[in-house]
Design a protein around this ligand. Structure first.
Ligand code: DMJ
Length: 679
């Protein structure tokens, strides 16, 4: 009697033991054994027979009385052992029920809370929480997806219970955990963590986070550096403008040291050259002041001689581009005025224009000592007059400059597409033949071949052919490498004799070559552009002030100790733009930040050696003496028209700030529109 009760109670141990501490379980067994023995004496029968209403022979009687009497009769028919066992089982079931109640409640609550959580936060919570940047909680544990969690909990109860089961060593769970642990270890070795089915490539996830953070950081710091560099250029412009405004307002050039000005044409050259720069730099106040001066003070009805080329690229070009950028027709009217006055330069026997025009009288003439014009000058006014013709619908502007190109195209005296430096206005022939350079007097001929072709929608094949031929001519006749470092440079040829001399002016070439490559010309043009860009940068870096001289000579002899020499007479720097101009093109097309950094170095050196404290910047005489660079007391108009503009565009990461697919810059950095294809 004792044994079965004891045995029966302990059969149930599997049900309750996991839920109770060991000591409680033992005491319960002892208690039950004693209770059953004392209260229920053994019955006569050792089997349990239970019959239910309706199932017996007596038929169905559903009265309460009958049911009570029948149950009692059945109960009394049981042996004492059977009754004790039944009572024992019932008591055990009751105890189990009471014991498991809190855990069940907790489980149910847990499920309920999780369900609410999932419903409310499904949008906010990431599937893998720490993949989203959450600075306040950087080390969130890896969790499986909510659905997997639900499955787990349904199967195995709430987290507390799971932990206890694991500790107690549930066989199947332990095996699973071991497997998971193995998998985790293996996974960790492979950079993968597996958490019950949620597999996360931590290496990649972490990399992703790190990359994202690094990228964010990089983007932030490059944005900051972009902003601060742009602001630095604005500040430089304001400083230059302060000097011009205070000491040279309405005059051609500032003399910042003597706090005065110089006149060349007497047309407010710096102010006009700087108009579109102010617009691009966002200097509204300064722009409005300057605009008011143009509207009210600027007059071309003056008895004054101007250089056709210089006034075309600076004044006509500046007014046209400002008209385009602002939409203000006042600038177009002024452009028409100066354009029409300059046309008298084309009244020559050859139709090759004279270099000088009296814009008040409407007369033109060559320089006093010659009847020649400079080749670069007569072939670098086309962008502006072509645009004026388009805007005014007066073709004679375009016809006049096209005639020059047509004649030059046909002329004898070129070498593999390279042109001499002078052309005679009487007979239209090249003079002083045999000298070829990409520097002064020839430079922008090459630039305008390409740019006219781009401006006109890449249809004028003759311009393109002349350009491509000329670049081949450069490669064949003028390109050399220096010693000891092998810098690629463009020298000059004089009657068959190569000279390793290169003007700073030649540094327009890397930018032009890059622009051509961007427009579909051979890729090796870009390679050459990069090599020449490096050389132009070295022309700055290798000087004690970090500023380039006007002219350098490259060493080509084996055993040279330095690549670049500078003659005494060539040590000046006029604040020229060509190198930063090319850096701008190279950066736009390659996105290589080194070009921005090179430009920033140059910019800082302009600030260090050419800035005048009372306002303005000055040309210097000696780039090799950082202690006394010997200021020249002149701020050229192109410093504001070109140098600062290109620096600003170089430091900007916005390719749409004067898009090179919509605008073509004239040789004075004034952007003119590329013609729509229907034009
Ligand atoms: C500018 O007037 C123009 O860029 C021209 O083509 C060359 N010289 C100066 C700048 O150096």
């Amino acid at each position: 009697m004792y044994q079965p009760a004891s045995h029966a109670s302990c059969i149930l141990s599997g049900l309750i033991s996991p839920h109770l501490p060991h000591s409680s379980y033992s005491s319960l067994c002892l208690f039950l054994q004693g209770w059953v023995t004392d209260m229920h004496p053994p019955s006569r029968q050792d089997y349990v027979s239970i019959s239910f209403a309706g199932q017996g022979s007596e038929g169905y009687n559903n009265s309460k009385q009958w049911r009570r009497q029948s149950c009692w009769r059945k109960w009394n028919q049981l042996s004492r052992l059977q009754r004790s066992l039944i009572i024992f089982v019932l008591i055990l079931l009751l105890i189990c029920g009471i014991a498991s109640y809190p855990a069940v409640t907790e489980h149910l609550n847990g499920l309920k809370e999780r369900e609410q959580d999932t419903n409310h936060n499904s949008v906010l919570r990431p599937v893998i929480p720490h993949v989203l940047p959450e600075p306040a909680k950087p080390a969130q544990p890896l969790l499986p997806k909510p659905t997997s969690q639900r499955k787990l909990f349904n199967k195995r109860g709430p987290p507390v219970l799971q932990n206890r089961l694991q500790k107690k060593g549930n066989a199947s769970d332990t095996a699973a955990e071991d497997k998971a642990a193995d998998g985790k270890k293996k996974g960790e070795e492979e950079g993968v963590i597996s958490w019950r089915g949620a597999v996360i490539d931590t290496e990649r996830a972490t990399e992703g986070i790190k990359d994202e953070e690094n990228n964010d950081q990089k983007a932030k710091s490059s944005k900051e550096s972009e902003t601060s560099r742009l602001e630095a250029v604005q500040a430089a412009f304001r400083h230059a403008w302060k000097g011009y405004k205070n000491f040279a307002w309405g005059h051609d050039e500032l003399r910042p040291l003597s706090k005065s000005y110089s006149e060349w044409f007497g047309l407010g050259l710096t102010l006009i050259d700087a108009l579109d720069t102010m617009w691009i730099l966002g200097l509204k106040e300064e722009f409005e002041e300057a605009k008011a001066w143009v509207a009210t003070e600027l007059t071309f009805n003056k008895n004054v001689d101007v250089n056709l080329f210089e006034s075309t690229i600076r004044i006509l070009g500046g007014l046209l581009s400002t008209h385009h950028l602002t939409g203000d027709t006042m600038f177009l009217d002024k452009a028409k005025d100066i354009g029409s006055r300059l046309m008298s330069a084309f009244n020559t026997p050859s139709k090759i224009p004279y270099s000088d025009v009296n814009i008040g009288k409407g007369t033109a003439h060559p320089p006093r000592w010659t009847s020649d014009s400079t080749v670069a000058e007569v072939t670098s006014i086309q962008l502006e007059f072509r645009e004026l013709a388009r805007l005014t619908q007066e073709p004679h502007y375009q016809d006049a400059v096209a005639e020059v190109m047509k004649q030059v195209h046909k002329l004898d005296g070129k070498l593999d597409g390279l042109v001499p430096m002078f052309i005679n206005t009487n007979n239209g022939q090249f003079t002083h033949q045999g000298i070829y350079t990409l520097g002064a007097r020839a430079d922008s001929y090459y630039e305008y071949l390409l740019k006219q072709w781009i401006q006109g929608g890449k249809k004028e094949n003759q311009l393109l052919e002349d350009y491509l031929q000329a670049i081949e001519g450069v490669k064949k006749n003028l390109l050399q490498k220096s010693s000891p470092n092998g810098l690629t440079f463009v020298g000059e040829l004089s009657h068959g004799q190569f000279s390793p001399k290169m003007d700073h002016l030649v540094c327009f070439l890397p930018g032009t070559l890059a622009l051509g490559a961007h427009n579909g010309l051979p890729a090796d043009h870009m390679d050459l552009a990069k090599q020449l860009m490096e050389t132009c940068y070295q022309m700055y870096v290798q000087m004690e002030t970090g500023l380039s001289p006007e002219i350098v000579h490259f060493n080509m002899h084996q055993g040279s100790t330095r690549d670049i020499d500078v003659k005494l007479a060539d040590r000046h720097n006029l604040l020229r733009p060509e190198t930063v101009e090319s850096l701008f093109y190279l950066y736009r097309f390659t996105k290589d930040r080194k070009y921005q950094d090179w430009g920033y170095e140059i910019f800082q050196n302009f600030n260090k050696y050419t800035k005048v404290s009372s306002g303005g910047y000055t040309s210097i005489n000696n780039v090799r003496d950082p202690d006394y660079p010997s200021p020249r007391d002149k701020m050229e108009s192109f410093f504001l028209g070109e140098t600062l503009k290109y620096l600003y565009l170089l430091f900007s990461d916005d390719p749409n700030l004067i898009s090179l697919d919509q605008y073509v810059f004239n040789t004075e950095a004034h952007p003119l529109p590329i013609w729509p294809s229907t034009a």
